[in-house]
Design a protein around this ligand. Structure first.
Ligand code: NAD
Length: 497
């Protein structure tokens, strides 16, 4: 049996009641074989829940339920305006339960709960409202054609939903990432089978309960919790899926792209990053340093767009190294519900091992460990905010995604060299430019190979702006009208007049 002990206190707070079963065809049910997996609170290493582990048979039920909604079910009969109303209602329910969702993310992800409360979850509400607004504005085009052997013709196009979307998400910002998949897919009239990451699925399960409460027809959204190589792989391989939308590592993304190619299925892949923060010689350091530090420390550095490579004009290098190190030292580690906490725990023992492994490699490969690098003496998967300086661009910590609170500062001698360094990894998700010269900022932005460039600041993606990466950071775009395009196909109708 899956479940949470009612009234259990973990990390000093009462665990909210949340379903821990699969949500299939509007019903909460255990896995057919009764399998579950354990969920541990990263900040205390206490057992938090047992969650249903879907097998291929459960995934099949979920895909069939979604398919029934596309093939004539109540969902397929709704107008765009009515789909929009459901999305608005869901946004209202998320807003109502924002504290519950923040508590779940604090417990399940180990991050300070104020982060999802103040940043991610208001953004999630905005995402659902933004796409609620799109639902009745998905229009086709009228195209004038050349006559065919003298016969006049016209064509028009219709944007149709793709059908059943298989969505797989990562654990670092679970509700936000789920909203990027669900909101555009539903606005466009698709049905969804969503598999959240096994490391943090509780907030997505609560989101499913809100989807049920909002009144979406049963089967429109199905949530199949479970492990990647079983539930995730079953979803990827299921012949009833029309498109796969994935957020996670490039390694898993590649497997999904290969599997999707076998069936000629479209994919959206939101993958990792090693994003540069370029600090030009005219930057106002007092204003910039807090932003640089936040860029790789927020959410314990477990953000795909984290600005982990700080590339600095040589004349500012020493000041940036010491400024960022001081900012890192001032960050207070602690439990997710302590109001003084500014940084929490990493997601798992495995992630802790990965991050400390990179810290050891950084030192071994010749970078200077300026601050941090150790584990505090307390339970939980904590590691200190860590700053490296120097060592060159070819080290592992300069090239590979660590996904932890580890920043590297490197100098450059000209803007051309800085841009070459910024573009010099396999990734291309985000890039940040810090300068007071707005015209230089635009010309640098034009030369950066990244899905998105931020000038003099950073924030989570706004739902109005396309989101995605280039190179090994991904394929395709979510959010904005690009999110609607990614969840529809344009059909043409040609009329011989
Ligand atoms: P991961 O690839 O290990 O897992 C992601 C998801 O894929 C999980 O739900 C997992 O269960 C599932 N999965 C694992 N193996 C699978 C398989 N064989 N078939 C199908 N599904 C499978 O990644 P992670 O460690 O959970 O997440 C961290 C990565 O995600 C980082 O690289 C990070 O940069 C990236 N990320 C990207 C974005 C973005 O928007 N670009 C956002 C957040 C995280």
């Amino acid at each position: 049996m899956s479940g949470i002990a009612v009234g259990a206190v973990v990390a000093g707070v009462e665990v909210p009641r949340v379903p821990t079963q699969l949500f299939i065809d509007g019903e909460w049910r255990d896995a057919l074989d009764g399998a579950t997996f354990d969920v541990v609170a990263p900040a205390t290493e206490e057992q938090l829940a047992q969650v249903a582990a879907a097998s291929a048979a459960d995934v099949d039920l979920a895909v069939r339920a979604a398919r029934a909604q596309i093939d004539g079910g109540a969902w397929s009969q709704l107008s765009g305006a009515d789909r929009g109303l459901l999305l608005y209602r869901l946004a209202d329910l998320i807003e109502r339960d924002i504290d519950v969702l923040a508590t779940l993310e604090g417990l399940d992800v180990g991050r300070p709960a104020f982060e999802p409360r103040m940043v991610d979850l208001p953004n999630v509400v905005d995402v659902f409202r933004h796409f609620g607004g799109w639902a009745d504005k998905i229009e086709g085009r009228w195209i004038e054609l050349q006559p065919f052997f003298g016969q006049p013709r016209q064509a028009y196009t219709v944007r149709e939903p793709l059908g059943v979307i298989g969505a797989i998400t990562a654990w670092n910002a679970p509700t936000l990432i789920a909203s990027w998949k669900l909101a555009p897919a539903l606005a466009a009239g698709n049905a969804v089978v969503l598999k959240p990451a096994e490391d943090a699925s509780l907030s997505t399960l609560h989101l499913a309960a809100l989807i049920e409460e909002a009144g979406f027809p049963a089967g429109t959204v199905n949530v199949v919790t479970g492990l990647g190589h079983t539930a995730g792989a079953a979803l990827v391989d299921h012949k009833g899926i029309d498109k796969l939308s994935f957020t996670g590592s490039p390694e898993t993304g590649r497997k999904i792209a290969v599997a999707a190619a076998q069936e000629f299925r479209p994919v959206t892949l939101e993958l990792g990053g090693k994003s540069p923060q370029l600090v030009l010689g005219d930057a106002d350091l007092a204003a910039v340093v807090p932003g640089l530090a936040m860029g790789f420390l927020a959410n314990q550095g477990q953000i795909c767009a984290a600005g982990t490579r700080i590339l600095v004009a040589r004349e500012l290098y020493d000041d940036v190294v010491s400024g960022v190190a001081e900012a890192a030292k001032a960050v207070r580690l602690g439990g997710p519900f302590d109001p003084e906490t500014r940084m929490g725990a990493l997601i798992s023992a495995r992630q802790l091992e990965r991050v400390t492994g990179y810290i050891a490699k950084g030192t071994a490969e010749g970078a200077e460990l300026v601050t941090g690098g150790s584990r505090p003496d307390r339970p939980g998967y904590f590691v200190e905010p860590t700053v490296f300086a120097g060592g060159g661009h070819e080290t592992s910590i300069a090239q590979e995604e660590i996904f932890g609170p580890v920043g590297l500062v490197l100098p450059f001698d000209s803007i051309d060299e800085g841009i070459a360094q910024a573009n010099g990894t396999r990734y291309g998700l985000a890039a940040y430019v810090w300068t007071r010269d707005i015209s230089v900022a635009h010309s640098v932005a034009a030369r950066l190979k990244a899905g998105g460039v931020w000038i003099n600041g950073s924030a989570p993606p706004d739902p109005r702006v396309p989101w995605g990466g280039v190179k090994s950071s991904g394929v395709g775009r979510e959010l904005g009208f690009a999110g609607i395009e990614a969840n529809t196909e344009e059909k043409t109708v040609t009329i011989h007049l």
